[in-house]
Design a protein around this ligand. Structure first.
Ligand SMILES: [Zn+2]
Length: 519
């Protein structure tokens, strides 16, 4: 049990600040967190949207679990007994304490914070008008105070994130944060308070919701008597709930990926020895190195002969096959993001897919290799690539599918199908997982590798060793019907470096590919 329990805790939310405060003048936060702990790499939950992230912070649940959206919380109150905020968890332990939530963007108070436990709710038309509402409530010594400032996000949308006007608004809000901090001092409770500042997301251009660095990395700062000075380890916005409960001595629910998945980050408190699991839900880049030219130094052809590679999609802002073998066309709009594994990655699902008529494997062996960001907690089947229709099992061809709990490879001859399934590892270092599926039709086996280690080998029946070519190789399609193309997959998922080799892989080949990536 921890030595230090705080009497009070404040979470000051800076909507849309991301980590842009690093580029802005912020004398007050600099002073407040001088001896405290900060990180500029806390991860906003995916998608980088307000309700998803304020919900994650107050509930300690990932967006895919709590399901709250801006539209939903604007309209509906939180009466779902499964969506328990920190306010209620604290109220269960300290029923007589005073709690306050002061939010410029009122949907937080309307649709996230519960209305039946007496939390003092307040809002105002702008952050300056919000300040006196906050100060008034700090004087009443709230056990837990939640604040959301909204004007930084407004400036980001209007002027562009990271622009001088956005940064100037951050500076103004820095002054407001300073005045809230002063109010704690004036109330005589600063020494007993854990004071936290965090952003829900950043922005890219004039918006947010994607997963570029500017959107996904946010600032987090902590000041308090047991805060370990320095840099906080890996953390995400969802971890706020655990930090608050831990600091105030309330019970911390057990970690549950499908429920309360909030954790106390390592290196935040001097007396906290809880382990921190870097989970599937905590994506980050593996490297920011650009993709090496395929025939250049460090390029793929230095590791595998040109003749063995049937296609190489690097998703570096286009759908070009680096081998030149296949011409891809975009159907709707696959999106492309920076910060893939090498160069940028492709984002698929709700936005579109890629298709080519040029890929052939015939009756030969082949291997599929791809980086997957398993972060997006998918709740349906996402087609990574396929030559067959996914829902119709027996249709000729193959399909590689990212599913909520596993990776599935399926091969069919037109009459029936065979498949192999590998469950996702519990923890994925860096949020990206490399998957290889090797189909050896001489040995009649299918083998799956995760992160270049063999997960399993399955027997492949004789009947699937013939020619299974179709006229379409589809990348990132919906889990529905590709010909009708009526329903795009509702989950966003991301992949990088989709490679098809015209032969089966051995463990040594997997190791060679690992060397190419330098991981
Ligand atoms: Zn927001």
């Amino acid at each position: 049990m921890q030595q230090t329990i705080y009497k009070y805790c404040a979470v000051i939310g800076m909507d849309g600040m991301g980590n842009f405060n690093r580029e802005a003048q912020t004398p007050r936060m600099d002073e407040i967190f001088k001896g405290g702990a900060v990180t500029y790499d806390a991860l906003s939950m995916d998608p980088t949207i307000s309700a998803e992230n304020w919900g994650a912070m107050l509930l300690g649940m990932a967006p895919a679990v709590h399901g709250l959206t801006n539209a939903y919380i604007s309209r509906y109150e939180n009466t779902n007994p499964k969506l328990v905020t920190v306010f209620r968890r604290l109220h269960d332990v300290y029923p007589d304490a005073y709690y306050a939530s002061v939010s410029h963007w009122n949907p937080i108070n309307h649709g996230i914070v519960e209305h039946d436990i007496g939390v003092d709710l307040a809002t105002a038309d702008n952050d300056e008008l919000l300040l006196p509402e906050i100060v008034k409530r700090v004087a009443k010594k709230p056990k837990f105070l939640f604040v959301q400032f909204d004007n930084i996000d407004g400036a980001g949308h209007h002027y562009g994130y990271g622009t001088p006007d956005h940064l100037a608004r951050i500076t103004r809000n820095d002054g407001l944060v300073g005045q809230v901090y002063d109010a704690y001092r004036d109330a005589g409770i600063l020494d007993e308070t854990l004071f936290l500042v965090i952003a829900d997301h950043g922005g890219n251009g004039h918006g947010h919701g994607g997963y570029t660095d500017g959107e996904k990395y946010v600032f987090f700062g902590a000041a308090g008597k047991s805060v370990k000075p320095g840099t906080v380890g890996t953390m995400a916005t969802v971890d706020i709930a655990a930090i608050v409960l831990y600091a105030l001595g309330a019970p911390l629910p057990a970690y549950d990926k499908k429920g309360f998945s909030s954790q106390v980050p390592e290196n935040l408190f001097t007396d906290c020895t809880l382990p921190y699991r870097v989970t599937v839900g905590a994506p980050s880049r593996v490297t920011t190195k650009p993709t090496p030219a395929i025939d250049g130094e460090g390029g793929l052809y230095r590791f595998f002969p040109q003749s063995e590679i049937k296609t190489a999609l690097f998703f570096d802002d286009d759908l070009c096959d680096a081998t030149g073998h296949c011409a891809y066309r975009a159907v709707n709009e696959p999106k492309f993001y920076t910060n893939g594994v090498y160069g940028s990655c492709g984002e698929f699902g709700t936005t579109g897919y890629a298709e080519t008529a040029d890929l052939r494997v015939g009756a030969g062996s082949f291997t599929l290799g791809v980086w997957l960001q398993a972060s997006a907690a998918v709740n349906t089947d996402c087609l990574i690539c396929a030559t067959k229709d996914w829902p119709r099992r027996s249709d000729k061809g193959f399909a590689l599918v990212q599913r909520p709990h596993n990776l599935r490879f399926l091969i069919a001859d037109g009459d029936d199908c065979d498949d192999c399934v590998a469950p996702w590892p519990d923890e994925i270092s860096g949020g990206w997982l490399h998957a290889l599926v090797s189909v050896d039709r001489a040995e009649k086996t299918m083998t799956i590798y995760f992160d270049f280690e063999r997960v399993g080998t399955w027997k492949l029946d004789d009947q699937y060793c013939g020619d299974i070519d179709t006229d379409a190789f589809v990348v990132g399609n919906d889990a529905g019907d590709r010909t009708a193309n009526t329903a795009l997959c509702p989950n966003l998922f991301r992949m990088d470096d989709l490679l098809v080799f015209g032969r089966a892989f051995t463990d040594a080949d997997a190791a060679k590919l690992k060397a190419y990536y330098g991981v």
